[in-house]
Structure formats: structure tokens, C-alpha cells
Ligand binder design. Structure first.
Ligand code: DC
Length: 234
């Protein structure tokens, strides 16, 4: 999570009624980059909720926990020592920004994200990041579950091929090796898992602004969301 000034940690989940812009969508839809730019334009905080699932998965893998041990994984999430500072994501003070992006951590995150007890723990944590002057949160269930009263809900999509290409570029830039066909296969599997799970499946919130970014630039999408905010804010 980045803050308008300095780092931010979760506070009281009931403390804030700061406005929220919720941006949900499938993996590699560009929502992270777009949400960060919207937050920067408005001077608001930014929350990457997927990072919390990834951090919990990393903590579980490091602790040698079984990925189907719901009680242990939910307990790890309840005590997650996370801090966001700009681009830096810290777990107990250690910079794990790169570790949480490893494909195996993403896969583990998607698997544990099916657990109701874990989702409840992380929802409370996410709500604690709602702090003035406002929060732009991206994920899968920001508009449907975590911030149902969000001022604006956006559902961002793009074709699987376009998303696989974007993810390929990101991974190569970060020094991971990856091939396009295997990424496309994993992405389809991840989509199916995220969309078909029983708890908080990936779907557009009611009233969501659905944006297909396949043929749009990042700036065009950002402009659309900021325009929508200014329109509603009067
Ligand atoms: O957005 P991401 O790829 O970093 O998210 C990693 C996994 O976490 C994703 O497969 C599903 C899960 N996730 C979720 O279930 N709900 C969220 N709000 C964010 C992420």
C-alpha cells in the first residue's frame, strides 16, 4: 500500500469512512498499475489486496504449513506483520516485494484464497487500510465483499491472450523465466479457480463500471475512472 505521504499500516477496521474506489478483475488485467495511477492522481492511498494473499501464501510456504490447513493459514493471516512503503512490501520488516511475485507464490495464493476463514481474516485487515483522504483498492472482491459501499466500483477485463502477454513482459522484466503458452495455461486455470470458488468468486459488483482494456492504454483507463470519480463527486 502506498500512502500520500510515507508508509501506511492497517488501523482500526471500523475507523474510516473515507471514500473507496474498488477496482476488481482477473489476474494480469492491469488493475494494479491502473489502481496505483488513479491513487496517485487523486492523492489517495493504494491497497494491493492480492499482495496480502501472496504474503500469507509466502508465510505459509516458509512455515512449511500444508496449503489445505485452513486454521493455520487463517491464523497466519490474522497476525500478518505487513507494511507497505511505496513499492516495497514488507513481511516482518523484510523486503519480500520480489518473493511474493514468484509464480509458485501466486499459485499458492490462488489456492488458499478459496478458504472462508482466510478471506474473513484478510477482509478485516483490508478494511483497516481505509484511511483519509481515500483509498483505491484492487483485487477480486473489493467491490462485492470488502468495500460494498465503495463510491466507484470498476471491473477491469482484457482477453486472456492480452493478459498472458502483459504478465510475460512483467515477469521477464523482474528476472523470472516464463514462456507464453505456459503462462496462458496457468492464467486460464487461475481464472477458473478465482471465478468458480464458493467464497467471494470473481465477478463484477452490481453497478460496476465494466472496462475491457484489451484495446485501451493504461492512461485511457485511468482517465475514464478519474472522470467518473469527478462526475460523481460533483
Ligand atoms: O492479484 P494477484 O494475482 O496478486 O492475486 C493473487 C491471488 O490472490 C489471486 O489468484 C486470487 C487471490 N485474491 C483474492 O482472492 N482476492 C483478492 N481481493 C485479491 C487476490
Amino acid at each position: 500500500m502506498t500512502a500520500p505521504a510515507g508508509a501506511l499500516e492497517a488501523g482500526d477496521p471500523n475507523a474510516g469512512l473515507a471514500p473507496v474506489i474498488a477496482i476488481d478483475g482477473p489476474t494480469a488485467s492491469g488493475k494494479g498499475e491502473i489502481a496505483q495511477r488513479v491513487a496517485a492522481r487523486l492523492g489517495w492511498h493504494y491497497l494491493d489486496s492480492g499482495a496480502l494473499y501472496r504474503l500469507t501464501a509466502l508465510a505459509a510456504l516458509r512455515a512449511g504449513a500444508a496449503l489445505d490447513d485452513e486454521a493455520t493459514i487463517a491464523a497466519l493471516a490474522r497476525a500478518l506483520p505487513v507494511r507497505f512503503s511505496g513499492e516495497r512490501v514488507e513481511l516482518a520488516g523484510e523486503d519480500v516485494s520480489k518473493d511474493i511475485r514468484a509464480p509458485e507464490v501466486g499459485g499458492a495464493a490462488s489456492r488458499i484464497a478459496t478458504m472462508a476463514a482466510l478471506r474473513a481474516a484478510l477482509s478485516a485487515l483490508q478494511q483497516g487500510f481505509r484511511q483519509p483522504p481515500g483509498l483505491v483498492a484492487d483485487g477480486r472482491d473489493m467491490g462485492t465483499v470488502v468495500f460494498p459501499d465503495a463510491l466507484i466500483k470498476v471491473f477491469l477485463t482484457a482477453s486472456p491472450e492480452c493478459r498472458a502477454e502483459r504478465r510475460h513482459k512483467q515477469l521477464i522484466a523482474k528476472g523470472f523465466s516464463a514462456t507464453l503458452p505456459s503462462l496462458l495455461r496457468e492464467l486460464r486455470e487461475r481464472d477458473a479457480r478465482d471465478s468458480n470458488r464458493a467464497h467471494a468468486p470473481l465477478r463484477p459488483a452490481q453497478g460496476a463500471l465494466v472496462v475491457n482494456s484489451t484495446h485501451l492504454t493504461i492512461e485511457e483507463v485511468v482517465d475514464r475512472i478519474v472522470r467518473e470519480y469527478r462526475r460523481r463527486d460533483g
